[in-house]
Write a protein that binds this ligand. Structure first.
Ligand SMILES: [Zn+2]
Length: 335
């Protein structure tokens, strides 16, 4: 018979309480796996609570192990929250995929699974589903007002909010749309219904959840960290959890994409093979028909000019300059 482990026991606490009568802080971890060498793998867990009740917010990061910037953003937010939280509670899982992180891999390398295609998880399922289950139940049990899942996109990309297609729960989705506009990044609607992501699975349960792509992956980009910190701090201040900081530096986004919901696209893809040279930068607005990139053969002969199919903003370059027929060259938020 399987023993039922209580949630309280699931958390292996390294409790740390700050000596401040109005703020409670807990940094601890949850056991997720005992390795074959008997070493323990853990999920780092963070929680800050004010004695004044208020909204409950979750920040999650690094579900894809090579998307490292979000963890740093959470560290910065918590550093300031420890002194400045006014009401409510903020929870975080700063490193949801420690196994992928240590191998610079998107996936859980032990089982070659994408953790963000494994939600809401299963207590008795695969390794990824078991980890997803622990994350999902912990979040759900706190009945949060908002969950922000922090990702990083291609190596050369700008920050943007990625909105899931509506999974049926009207009320949570309306809230998410409202929050997404307050973040100050371009808002892009994902075209495919990516079921089994953390945000989509939470939305299905009626919990408002948003994915934010915080720019470049693999290596921490300090400018992206600053922009993400300001965006999240701004949102926390809107909710009354903290006071707003004066004049935060924000991403400057074109009026053409402000307050709009853009459509995600990777079209036009390349039709030939060769080396890609880019003609526009991430963040630029491009017009229909505008040349975006040129593809050359090894002798320098122009094989193809890739043009914009629609008016939109360039979200990022593909992770390599190698083109094959059908490979993506850039991603866009089409207006
Ligand atoms: Zn990701």
């Amino acid at each position: 018979m399987e023993k039922k482990v209580s949630k309280k026991k699931m958390r292996k606490s390294i409790r740390k309480k700050i000596v401040n009568p109005s703020i409670e802080v807990e940094y601890s971890s949850i056991d997720i796996l005992t390795g074959s060498d008997l070493s323990k793998r853990k999920l780092p867990f963070m929680h800050i609570k004010s004695i004044s009740s208020g909204p409950v917010i979750w920040l999650t990061a690094c579900v894809h192990g090579d998307e490292v910037g979000g963890m740093v953003v959470i560290q910065e937010v918590f550093k300031k929250l420890k002194k400045e939280i006014l009401k409510g509670e903020v929870y975080a899982f700063p490193l949801m995929n420690p196994i992928g992180f240590e191998n610079y891999s998107r996936k859980i390398t032990f089982s070659n699974e994408d953790l963000n295609r494994s939600f809401p998880g299963n207590e008795n399922g695969s390794l990824a589903e078991r980890i997803a289950y622990q994350i999902f139940t912990q979040i759900k049990d706190t009945n949060p007002s908002l969950v922000l899942d922090l990702h990083n996109d291609w190596r050369k990309s700008i920050p943007y909010v990625l909105l899931d297609p509506k999974p049926g729960k009207e009320e949570a989705y309306e809230k998410v749309k409202e929050f997404s506009k307050k973040i100050g990044f371009p808002v892009v609607l994902d075209t495919a219904e990516v079921e089994k992501t953390l945000t989509y699975s939470l939305l299905k349960e009626g919990i408002p959840a948003l994915a934010i792509e915080l720019g470049e992956s693999d290596v921490v980009n300090e400018k992206d960290v600053e922009h993400a910190f300001n965006a999240i701090w701004g949102l926390l201040s809107e909710l009354g959890i903290v006071k707003s900081s004066e004049e935060p530096s924000k991403v400057i986004i074109s009026e053409k994409v402000k307050n709009k919901i853009l459509a995600y696209s990777q079209q036009q893809v390349s039709l030939t093979s060769g080396v890609i040279r880019f003609l526009v930068k991430p963040g630029e607005i491009v017009n229909k028909g505008q040349p975006l990139a040129r593809i050359y053969n090894p002798f320098g002969k122009l094989m193809e000019t890739v043009r914009a199919l629609e008016e939109g903003i360039v979200l990022g370059y593909a992770d390599s300059s190698v083109a094959f027929p059908g490979s993506p060259v850039m991603a866009f938020g089409n207006i």
